[in-house]
Design a protein around this ligand. Structure first.
Ligand code: NAD
Ligand code: UPG
Length: 435
């Protein structure tokens, strides 16, 4: 099938390249000229395992191409995917500026009948609004149908998730549009949930809100466990074995970040507010998450009292491992607070440093490795559970630091490992170990 994808961010690029891999012919359109040039030269602008290889293969086979030109990109396409950003607006609601602009761009250049498919996460009712914008701005006499195909990939495993996701959701109020989408997705060989437009939009928000709730819930249990002498590792394992609860997303830590959970939880609260429906569970999920980010620094300050002149090694900056994305990364608030308290901060991240430099305060110094970061440090603090950080041995802290004092915001080490290591170890929801 001939497909266009608008927006080549995490979702658009991965969608475009994976649809090309299935044998579809895909043209990806982005307004960012530099990104388009980079992509046409076979370089991925984002770090995602396996993506650059698939990109190069499908460029070479002429299954995928990139352009800034809408007219050329939309020509003869049966399906047009919308995958531009829907960031958080000032009041917490989803900002639809990019969606609106892209819808107008589509309308002005569309020359044949097509199905518009929204991949971006958009508030319930937005697909109907997109259809209205396009129909109001069409230049040529063409007919469009609209469908929602929300995306569930996780950053860091985006390509894997596209081929191995739990389900594909397609929603439309038009039977033919549903059939076309079912045919396009058949090659993924995954369960397909067919529904109406509004339910598909709602499935995306409800899923993210539920996962975010699970994280805030386990963090609240972790904080209580710590205070009353229980160990959250054991609590989560015992809970997760109950199939009704499930073991995933029960990792306690410094809370959720990234480009999705923080903005989508606020957006769904805002959807409720618009119709005067309060969502107290989700409001507390957001509050608990915010509190969680400061917990590790509060512990550190309680233990060290005064950070003036102290060297703190920050290990991990991206909002989660295997991505260079710094959007809503807890490391931003943590490094700001450490600097405010007078610490000298030396940070290490295997891939996110270039992006981190754009958002972290200028005073942060960067190290090439965990070894280098902890060398001569007074305190070390783990913020992202990268493999390189989880596998950095406890002896490394003991040998290189002034006094091996480690605050672990991601519970990377099991407590038995820490015993007798010579490291004083503080984590989340577990007792302090004076190893
Ligand atoms: N990042 C994720 O893991 C993820 C997962 C599921 C769903 N989503 C949702 O998917 C959407 C896209 O997210 P993302 O992280 O890929 O965004 P992103 O910010 O990484 O990428 C958006 C891209 O769209 C381009 N763009 C903006 N306006 C355009 C226009 N008028 N025409 C053409 N291109 C335009 C930008 O240049 C950019 O390259 C959002 O709604 C997000 O909530 C994201
Ligand atoms: O048990 C857990 C699991 C995750 N997190 C944190 O939660 C955040 C989000 O993690 P994850 O869900 O793995 O990454 P995302 O790439 O943000 O993916 C989420 O957001 C995407 C955008 O909507 C959805 O498509 C995915 O299904 C959904 O998992 C990260 O900061 C993690 O550190 C925890 O603290 N504890």
């Amino acid at each position: 099938m001939k497909i266009a994808v608008i927006g080549t961010g995490y979702v658009g690029l991965v969608t475009g390249v994976c649809l090309a891999e299935l044998g579809h012919h895909v043209t990806c359109i982005d307004v960012d000229q530099e990104k388009v040039e980079k992509l046409n030269s076979g370089k991925s602008p984002i770090y995602e395992e396996g993506l650059e290889e698939l990109l190069q293969k499908n460029l070479h086979n002429e299954q995928v191409e990139f352009t800034t030109e809408y007219q050329q990109g939309l020509k003869d396409k049966q399906l047009v995917y919308l995958a531009v950003g829907t960031p958080q607006g000032e009041d917490g609601s989803a900002d639809l500026t990019y969606i609106e602009a892209a819808s107008r761009d589509i309308a002005e250049h569309l020359e044949n009948d097509t199905v518009i498919v929204t991949k971006s996460t958009v508030p319930v009712g937005t697909n109907e609004y997109i259809k209205e914008i396009i129909e109001a701005n069409l230049v040529h006499e063409v007919h469009i149908k609209i469908a929602s195909n929300p995306e569930f990939l996780r950053q860091g495993s985006a390509v894997y998730d596209t081929f191995h996701g739990d389900r594909i959701v397609i929603g439309s109020d038009d039977e033919e549009a549903l059939e076309l989408l079912e045919a396009v997705n058949a090659g993924f060989n995954l369960p397909i949930v067919k529904t109406d437009l509004r339910s598909a939009e709602m499935i995306k928000y409800a899923s993210n809100a539920f996962l975010a709730t699970k994280i805030s819930f386990i963090n609240e249990m972790a904080n209580l466990s710590e205070k009353i002498g229980a160990n959250i590792d054991h609590v989560a394992r015992g809970m997760g074995m109950d199939k009704r609860i499930g073991e995933s997303f029960l990792n306690a830590g410094i809370g959720f970040g990234g480009s999705c959970f923080p903005k989508d939880t606020r957006a769904i609260i805002s959807i409720g507010k618009e119709i005067a429906y309060d969502m107290p569970i989700l409001e507390n999920v957001v509050d608990v998450n915010e509190r969680q980010r400061s917990i590790i620094v509060d512990k550190l300050l309680k233990r060290v009292y005064d950070l003036k002149g102290k060297k703190v090694a920050v290990l991990g900056l991206s909002f989660k491992p295997n991505t260079d994305d710094m959007r809503e990364a807890p490391s931003i608030a943590v490094t700001e607070k450490l600097l405010e308290e007078g610490a000298t901060v030396v940070a290490y991240d295997p891939v996110a440093v270039a992006n981190a430099k754009k958002v972290l305060p200028g005073q942060v110094n960067y190290a090439e490795s965990a070894e280098e970061a902890v060398q001569g440090a007074d305190v070390a603090i783990i913020l992202t559970e990268w493999k390189q950080i989880k596998e950095f041995p406890l002896t490394g802290y003991k040998e290189r630091m002034n006094k091996a004092l480690l605050f672990d915001g991601r519970n990377c080490f099991n407590l038995d490992q820490v015993k007798d290591s010579g490291v004083e170890y503080h984590s989340i929801g577990r007792p302090v170990i004076y190893g």
